[in-house]
Every structure is written in structure tokens, then in C-alpha cells.
Write a protein that binds this ligand. Structure first.
Ligand code: S3P
Length: 428
């Protein structure tokens, strides 16, 4: 437990930040680099706990992976060279590692058991286990395979056509990755688009993949070819400072090299719709992903409704958007975000608890929240629920609070943004 107390900030924020690498892309780079033949060099890799779990998983299967800061080198020998891990694989807090690895482990000729921390042990795995079982996977575990720990007896899979019942890129990715080892074609159809980094990277690594709107098909029997990956800055991490710049009077912050993949930029659309003064410069394509520099300046903001197709494009940003809404005039309604109930914690309950403790006018609903602003925030002691995004939202809230904010445990921040407090202090 690392209790942190933050003093109110009585002045504007200014400066330039290079946020760390994207978490989703860092995981996928390790996964595809480890399955591929040849040397994959990853730069700007996110050196956060979740991504380190993915590295460890492949090291346990005999893949030589070395790391020097944010540069990772993988000497891949193809997926047939992967070895059976001698011990159960521990995935800590990482839902992405767990769900994506389930897709891979199901199709390799290996036996594995996997487990995680208290939070991960409560999160639903049937959303991945069900389609994988349809593909002939042998997975068993607690509660008939709905919950960790799980054991996987990998074997030859068969391709399926699967329409995603949940708006989840993790489920989509698990099925597509399993498709690499399946007989015939594996097609995933989405009703609403979710982040497409797996598809982008499969293309870059030479997989046999075809995309047609919200339908993606992978065919097996192909060898992946190593490909260097330059990881963009994580827009989900940038979001905390975008909101800080928008709500702290007089501020101007620039975030460099931020990932601008359209499946992730819902936060930018929301900021603009609420009236933020935001500018994107230097937009360019790097390793198959758009990146650019974002400058945000403080401005008057107005409440809006956030629902429907935009939700998967900002699902991880909803905690910080709730804080933003508390500093906007009028009502903000967030709907269709029931997935928040099954994140690292129940993020609807956690956000409502933290922000109402600090004096915001916020009410939880089954699938979202309603926030009425603008409300001055007060100090207080908040619980971060061992959730990195709740802890960082609380820290940003302290910037507009009129007294000290104490966060019960900020250690979870190392999951996705180990340098968060250094960056925050550099702006103050
Ligand atoms: C992720 C997808 C999202 C997101 C998570 C990372 C990914 O989860 O919340 O932080 O890398 O695929 P779901 O796909 O389950 O919504």
C-alpha cells in the first residue's frame, strides 16, 4: 500500500510530456514478436506491470526476450518452438494478457495453467472461453471455466464465424489469435468497432488476414515474420493530462507522439464536443498506427451525452471523463458503458464513490453515470480500489480541489503509467 497525499494546486499547469507507450500495443508486440520467426525490436515499450506479465509468459515458454528500458528485443523462433512452461503462469492484474494468451495457448500443443491477482480472479473469462471451446479448445477451471485459475490443454482448433456478444477487443483478439492455429477460416464480426491493434499488427507481421468493415477473417498455416514495432504514446495515459489541461485555469499542456488510432480517440471527440481548446499537430503514420502531438488549453466546458458507438473508443477514459464532466457546466450523461462493471474494479461504483467523496454531483446508473456540473471539489480521503485509472483520476482531481486529497493506495499506477507522478510534478 502506498498512501499518497496531494496538495491543492493553486496555479496553472504548463509543459510538454511524452507519455509512455501504449499498453494494448505493447502487449500485442510481445505476443506477435514471440510467435514470429526472426528478431523483433520494440521501441517505446510500456515498462508497466501488465506488459511485463506478457513478457514473462513467453520467457517461461523459452522465448529469448531482453529488455533495456523501453527497448525490447525478441528472438522469435516461430510458434512451434514454444515450450511447455514448467510452472503455472501468473498474470497479476492483467486482463489483456489473460484473454489474449487464452487464444494462443488453446491452439498450441502445450499444457498450461494460468492465474492472477484478487481482481483478475473475479473477472469474467467465459466471454473468451466460450468461443474458444466452440473452436474445439480444451479449457477447464473454476466455475466451469468462467473464472481463473484456468488450465488449457492446447490442441488443433477449427475455425468459426463468431459474432461478438460483448463490445470487447480482448475477446475479438483472443479469437483472431486462436485463428492462427485453426483449421480453415476464423471470422469475427463486431456490432460496434473496438480497438483494432491486433488486426493492424497481424497485417504488419504478414498474417493471412482480411478486413471488411466490422468483419475480420484470419486463416491459419502461415508463419509470422518478425517486424520492428515503434509503440505510440498511450492515449489512455495522455487522457489524464488532457483533462488536467482542460480543467485547471490558465493551463497549456502539449502531449507528444500520442497514438491517434480512430478506435481510441473518443476522448478527443468528447473534449472537442464539450468545448475544449485542443489542437493536433504533426500527425503521421508510424508502424501502422497514427500518432501526433496534442496541445490542450484550459477553457469553459459544457456537459454532453456520451453513448452508443463512441463507448468502446473511450472505455478506459470514462473515469477521467467523469472528473472532466464535474468541471463542465450542465449535465453529462454516460450510457451504454456496462462493461465498466467488469474492469479492474467496478469502475461505475468506484468513480461515483471517489468523486462524490470530493463533492461532485454524480449518480451511478446501471450502464453509466449522470454528472451535474460545475461543482467545486473539496479535499478528502479516497479509495482507489487497487485500480490504476481510479488512482490517477483521483490525483488529477486534487488539482482542482480546495484542500488535500489523500489516495489510500496509489501503487496500482505502475500497471500502466510508472512515471505518472514525475510527469504530473513537471507540469506544476
Ligand atoms: C484492451 C481492451 C479493452 C480495455 C483494456 C485493454 C485491449 O478491454 O479496457 O484496457 O488491449 O484489448 P475490453 O476489450 O475487454 O473492453
Amino acid at each position: 500500500m502506498v498512501e499518497v497525499t496531494l496538495a491543492p494546486c493553486n496555479h496553472s499547469l504548463s509543459g510538454e510530456i511524452k507519455v509512455p507507450g501504449d499498453k494494448s500495443i505493447s502487449h500485442r508486440a510481445i505476443i506477435l514478436g514471440s510467435l514470429a520467426n526472426g528478431v523483433t525490436k520494440i521501441t517505446n515499450f510500456l515498462d508497466g506491470e501488465d506488459c511485463l506479465r506478457t513478457i514473462h509468459a513467453f520467457q517461461s515458454m523459452g522465448v529469448p526476450i531482453t529488455q533495456e528500458g523501453s527497448t525490447v528485443t525478441i528472438h522469435g523462433k516461430g510458434f512451434s518452438a514454444l515450450e511447455e512452461p514448467k510452472e503455472p503462469l501468473y498474470f497479476g492484474n492483467s486482463g489483456t494478457t489473460t484473454r489474449l494468451m487464452l487464444g494462443i495457448l488453446s491452439g498450441l500443443n502445450l499444457f498450461t495453467t494460468i492465474y492472477g491477482d484478487e481482481s483478475l480472479t473475479k473477472r469474467p473469462m467465459d466471454r473468451v472461453v466460450n468461443p474458444l471451446r466452440e473452436m474445439n479448445a480444451t479449457i477447464d477451471g473454476r466455475n466451469d471455466g468462467k473464472l481463473l485459475p484456468l488450465s488449457i490443454r492446447g490442441k488443433k482448433l477449427r475455425g468459426i464465424e463468431y459474432t461478438l456478444p460483448v463490445k470487447s477487443a480482448q475477446v475479438k483478439s483472443a479469437v483472431l489469435l486462436a485463428g492462427l492455429f485453426a483449421e480453415g477460416k476464423t471470422t469475427v464480426i463486431e456490432k460496434i468497432g473496438t480497438r483494432d491493434h491486433t488486426e493492424n499488427m497481424l497485417e504488419a507481421f504478414g498474417a493471412d488476414i482480411t478486413r471488411n468493415g466490422l468483419s475480420t477473417t484470419v486463416t491459419s498455416n502461415n508463419e509470422l515474420i518478425a517486424s520492428d514495432v515503434q509503440v505510440p504514446g498511450d492515449i489512455s495515459s495522455a487522457a489524464f493530462f488532457l483533462v488536467a489541461g482542460a480543467i485547471v485555469p490558465g493551463s497549456e499542456i502539449t502531449l507528444k507522439n500520442v497514438g491517434l488510432n480512430e478506435t481510441r480517440t473518443g476522448i478527443i471527440d468528447v473534449l472537442i464536443k464539450m468545448g475544449a481548446d485542443l489542437e493536433i499537430k504533426n500527425k503521421r503514420l508510424v508502424s501502422g498506427e497514427w500518432i501526433g502531438d496534442i496541445t490542450i488549453r484550459h477553457s469553459e466546458l459544457n456537459g454532453i451525452t456520451i453513448d452508443g458507438d463512441i463507448i468502446p473508443r473511450l472505455i478506459d477514459e470514462i473515469p477521467i471523463i467523469a472528473l472532466l464532466a464535474s468541471q463542465a457546466n450542465g449535465e453529462t450523461v454516460i450510457k451504454d458503458a456496462e462493461e465498466l462493471r467488469v474492469k479492474e474494479t467496478d469502475r461505475i461504483a468506484a468513480v461515483v464513490d471517489v468523486l462524490s467523496t470530493l463533492g461532485a454531483n454524480i449518480q451511478g446508473t446501471e450502464d453509466g453515470m449522470i454528472i451535474k456540473g460545475k461543482t467545486p471539489l473539496k479535499g478528502g480521503k479516497v479509495l482507489a480500489y487497487h485500480d490504476h485509472r481510479i488512482a490517477m483520476m483521483s490525483a488529477i482531481a486534487s488539482l482542482v480541489a480546495n484542500d488535500h486529497v489523500t489516495i489510500d493506495d496509489a501503487s496500482s499506477i505502475s500497471i500502466s503509467y510508472p512515471s505518472f507522478f514525475d510527469h504530473l510534478n513537471s507540469l506544476i
